[in-house]
Design a protein around this ligand. Structure first.
Ligand SMILES: Nc1nc2c([nH]c(=O)n2[C@H]2C[C@H](O)[C@@H](COP(=O)(O)OP(=O)(O)OP(=O)(O)O)O2)c(=O)[nH]1
Length: 138
C-alpha cells in the first residue's frame, strides 16, 4: 500500500497562545469538496521541507506571510489522518504580512470567533481537529 501523502496546513489565529479568532477557507474544488471549509494549506512536494511547503501554500493561496507557532498534533503527538490517502500536520500561525485573500482554492475566507469555530461545514477529516482546538482553547 502507498504511504499516505503529507498535507501541511495552518490554523491561522490572532494570538497563538490565546486565540480569539480562527481563519477558515471555503473550497471551490474538487466538486466533492466544494463548499466545505478547511485550514489553508496543501500537499508537500517530493523532497520539500514541510515548513517551507506551508509558507509556499500560504503565499499562493492567501497572499500572506505567517509566523508559525507551535504545531498542533494529535493527542499522541502525530499527524492527523484526514482522508484514507492523506495525513496532515497543522501549525498555529499568525499573519505578519498581507491581508488574507481567497486567491486560489477558496471563494470565501472567514474569521470565526471563538465559540463559533464548529459553525461551518468543515471537511470531514477536519472536524476532530477543530473539536480538539476548541477543547484546547475553551
Ligand atoms: N489544504 C487542506 N487540505 C485538506 C484539509 N482537510 C482535508 O481533508 N484536506 C484534504 C483535501 C485534499 O484531498 C488534500 C489536500 O489537497 P490540496 O488540494 O489542498 O493540495 P494542493 O493545494 O497541494 O493541490 P494540488 O497540488 O494537489 O493541486 O487534503 C485541510 O484542512 N486543508
Amino acid at each position: 500500500m502507498e504511504p499516505r501523502r503529507l498535507v501541511v496546513a495552518a490554523a491561522i489565529v490572532d494570538d497563538v497562545a490565546a486565540p480569539s479568532v480562527l481563519l477558515a477557507g471555503r473550497r471551490t474544488w474538487p466538486a466533492e469538496l466544494a463548499g466545505r471549509w478547511e485550514f489553508p494549506g496543501g500537499k508537500v512536494d517530493e523532497g520539500e521541507d514541510p515548513v517551507a511547503a506551508l509558507h509556499r501554500e500560504l503565499a499562493e493561496e492567501l497572499g500572506v506571510v505567517a509566523e508559525l507557532g507551535p504545531e498542533f498534533t494529535t493527542p499522541d503527538g502525530g499527524a492527523w489522518p484526514i482522508t484514507p490517502r492523506h495525513v496532515m500536520r497543522l501549525w498555529l500561525a499568525r499573519v505578519v504580512s498581507g491581508e488574507p485573500a481567497p486567491i486560489e482554492v477558496h471563494d470565501q475566507l472567514r474569521w470565526l470567533p471563538r465559540g463559533s469555530w464548529l459553525d461551518v461545514p468543515w471537511l470531514d477529516g477536519d472536524v476532530p481537529i477543530v473539536e480538539a482546538l476548541v477543547a484546547r482553547f475553551p
